[in-house]
Design a protein. Structure first.
Lengths: 273, 156
């Protein structure tokens, strides 16, 4: 057993799936694997702690997580089908520049740049600092804009911030009830704006909102929050950080396959690059 | 087949130093906001307008947009629609409306034209000071009324 890489299975039972026989079979197989491997098993005590972080649409699911000796990896046995409206709304290509995830205190939980800036003569250390400053600006801007929208919104509407457009690029934002903000930078696409200004205004905006919501609930929660090594508030930024001694023992997002799944999802979107 | 929903909420104008020079409700559903709160909103928006251009991963050449003005927030969508027009002189015209309202940019351009006709050509108006021109406020009222009635008449 030591040294052999076992991919673990992450099972998710939702109330719908309980009705099908297939899910029961997968559940049975999972239990068999667990008994044979004999590795440690994250009990329901852990998952009840994690349940606070899940969103409302993962209400009745439970996850069984089997860490292996080689590290933790998750393979989804079931997957949610993407709503087809994604593929139909956009016909031209857009470019995704960057994606950032912040917690409620402003700390960066995850960041990734998809387009490199032009020639930069700064050293990598300076570059990382510049990027960290830029991320602080982004968080501050999102926070203040949200407050501004709250002040300007009439009584009947729910204040929310979906997208901010400047001449250079557009920032799409999704905020969860727990304060996690996902910010996605794309370029400005005139087709998207034309769709947005007519009756299909719900389509254009909610497509990005739906995509970001999917990133949160299907990829972030599944890969990161349900990882047995995850501790809220103790996460390490994965980009630009040198190897500090104080970081040993903290949760590193690279131990999950969050980034791979995120890239796969974004590339499957018709508007990626 | 829905009629155009014209739900304009507020118009506010910010000068190039961030001070508020006009704030005006445009419809019945506009939330009532006190004067101090307006001043705070005006200056906050002024700073955020500039920060948005700075925080983005890409910049326009020279940080100027196609109209020759400094790049910044043009459009915010969320619980309400917000459109901003910044002129080369640094004045920002900001219009808010309920989601579903169309032609915000056109109305914003019209308001800019009215500003230059009524306020700037008024010999007693001091630049960057709060606008106290009756001609301008009446013209804005008439414009909004015209757009609302046109919108109600049009059927998509």
């Amino acid at each position: 057993m030591p040294g052999c890489h076992i991919t673990v299975m992450l099972l998710e039972l939702e109330s719908l799936w309980n009705l099908t026989g297939t899910s029961h079979w997968i559940f049975q197989v999972g239990w068999q694997v667990r008994r044979r491997v004999g590795s440690c098993f994250v009990s329901s005590q852990r998952s009840s702690e994690l349940d606070e972080e899940t969103t409302d649409n993962i209400s009745s699911s439970s996850a069984l997580i089997f860490p292996t000796l080689a590290g933790v990896q998750f393979v989804r046995a079931t997957s949610h089908p993407l709503p087809q409206s994604h593929k139909q709304s956009f016909t031209t290509k857009m470019t995704v520049h960057a994606l950032h995830i912040f917690d409620r205190k402003g700390k960066t939980l995850f960041t990734k740049r998809y387009s490199q800036p032009g020639s930069n003569q700064t050293t990598p250390a300076q570059d990382a600092e510049q990027l960290a400053e830029q991320r602080k600006l982004i968080f501050g801007m999102l926070f203040s804009l949200r407050e501004l929208m709250g002040a300007l919104t009439p009584e009947g509407e729910i204040p929310a911030l979906h997208s901010v457009k400047t001449g250079a690029c557009t920032l799409h934002c999704y905020e969860t009830i727990s304060g996690i903000r996902i910010a996605l930078y794309t370029n400005n696409n005139p087709t998207m704006n034309a769709i947005g200004s007519r009756a299909g205004v719900e389509n254009a905006r909610t497509s990005f909102q739906a995509a970001l919501k999917h990133i949160y609930s299907e990829i972030w929660v599944e890969c990161v929050v349900r990882s047995p090594l995850y501790r809220p508030g103790d996460i390490r930024v994965n980009e630009g950080e040198s190897n500090n001694d104080g970081d040993i023992g903290r949760f590193d997002i690279r131990s999950t396959n969050f980034e791979q799944k995120l890239d796969a999802f974004l590339q499957s979107m018709p508007w990626f690059r | 087949m829905l009629p155009h929903i014209m739900g304009f909420l507020h118009l506010f104008i910010v000068n190039k130093s961030g001070g508020l020079i006009l704030h005006r409700p445009l419809g019945p559903s506009a939330p009532s906001i006190g004067t101090n709160e307006w001043l705070r909103i005006g200056s906050t928006f002024h700073s955020l307008h500039a920060i948005a251009a700075e925080a983005g991963p890409v910049r326009l050449p020279g940080n100027k947009n196609s109209y020759g003005a400094d790049d910044g927030i043009e459009d915010i969508q969320g619980g309400i629609l917000l459109k901003c027009l910044q002129t080369r002189t640094g004045i920002k015209f900001v219009l808010t409306a309920e989601p579903g309202t169309t032609d915000l940019e056109v109305v914003l351009r019209e308001i800019y034209v009215l500003y230059s006709d009524c306020a700037l050509k008024d010999p007693f108006y001091e630049l960057e000071m709060p606008i106290r021109c009756e001609l301008f406020t009446n013209a804005v009222e008439n414009l909004i009324e015209r757009v609302n009635s046109e919108g109600a008449g049009k059927v998509r």
